[in-house]
Ligand binder design. Sequence first.
Ligand code: HEC
Length: 431
Amino acid sequence: MIELLLGLLQQSNQPSQPTWHDDIYPIMLTHCSECHDGKGAGPFELLTYESVANRATFIEALIEKKLMPPWLPSKEGAPLQGERCMSDEQIALFKQWVKGGKLKGEGAQIVVCPVEMETPVMTKRTESDYAWIIPAESGIRWHEGVLDKRTFVLPIENETLLKVNRIQYSTTAPQAVQMVGFVFDGSGQGKRVDAWDREPGYEMMGDIGWIPSGSHGKIGPGAGGVFVPAGFYLEIPANADLVAETHYRPRGKQEQLSSTVQLWETTDESARQLLPLITMIRRIVLEPEATNVIEGESIQIPYAVDLVGVTPRAGSECESMRLAATLPDGKEMVLIDIPRWDPHYGETVFFDKPIRLPADSIISSQWIYNNSESNPRNPFVPAKKVDLARRTGIANFILHSAAVDAQQETAIIEWNQGLLRKRQRATNKSN
Ligand code: HEC
């Protein structure tokens, strides 16, 4: 497969004032074009002088507040792959460009050089043979803070177990799709629920029994897929279905949502399986106007694992969240810190390097919920009492982890499931 990479030849003598051609266009290309190329998830294209200059003040405000490009984790956690944030220098440069009169400058030369990609082994291309019509307007539940969602069940029809390292996703309505969470379902549960609903897909969340939606990755707008880091894979049981929970955003007109999913099998014989370990809060009770710091329970992992990535989940009343580890030697580390949560962008993130957690490391988590009117994302004015429970976690972190010793894989899965059952029993008693 050939993919085009845009290279840019800079002018040799930099003018004192930043210009579109020399300074701003390269930033747009690397930080915005992924979604704002006119075909992607962003509402408009941001690759021409006019399109950026005309909304420069608006863009300036968004990039200063770090609302665009969308990227939730802060630098306090461990370094992550594919961080989209603009640097402080780039933000300053943009501001200076606006202040200096949005100079256009001389046209820089754009060189398009074809780059050979490694040849992927495509094992299955599953295309939904139906389309879901996204309504022009949001349902009433949208305004109640529940994202509009639809879960689709795509049969993979694999006779044997598969080891995949890429799930690529494309849709006919990129601007109307906010977020997609994937689960490989070997239980048939997704298919059964789908059968009850007469239309394509079903309206509930894509949680399958104890397996939360996003267990095998969650993508945000424009992300295009789950790209598992080298050396690891996701396991698909034989005869599985891919359950894809899709959160959509009505755009004032009807759109047809039809998605294509491609799976890629790993060729690395020594790759290790990513197990979705889950730490969560099962129930949340919030009085109106309350701000609660909710500590997730501490869990001690009795086996050594490599933590490869994390998927966060929480409702829209949640303001911030944090995941940390205490190693057996007492060393504490922040794994993920999300200072400003937005459920629309809660995608799976992978660490730059896997984090080795020795046996008996303790995982702790914290969510801050703000059920007051001062929280701009609180759907209720005046604030209402919140009392929500979900057995896969009303708020959770999925820790995409690999056993250090492959022999312990089964034991780790059983340990985590035992924990989930114990937690459920405990909550049942206290209810
Ligand atoms: C990963 C995808 C993605 C990237 C990268 C991205 N955007 Fe966006 N952008 C979106 C989406 C999706 C929206 C629609 C609003 C929403 O859902 O949050 C949006 C909306 C916007 C808006 C309109 C906001 C509004 O409230 O109407 C502006 C302006 C914008 N983006 C600027 C930028 C700039 C500038 C960059 C690069 C520095 C950028 N975006 C990078 C996805 C992206």
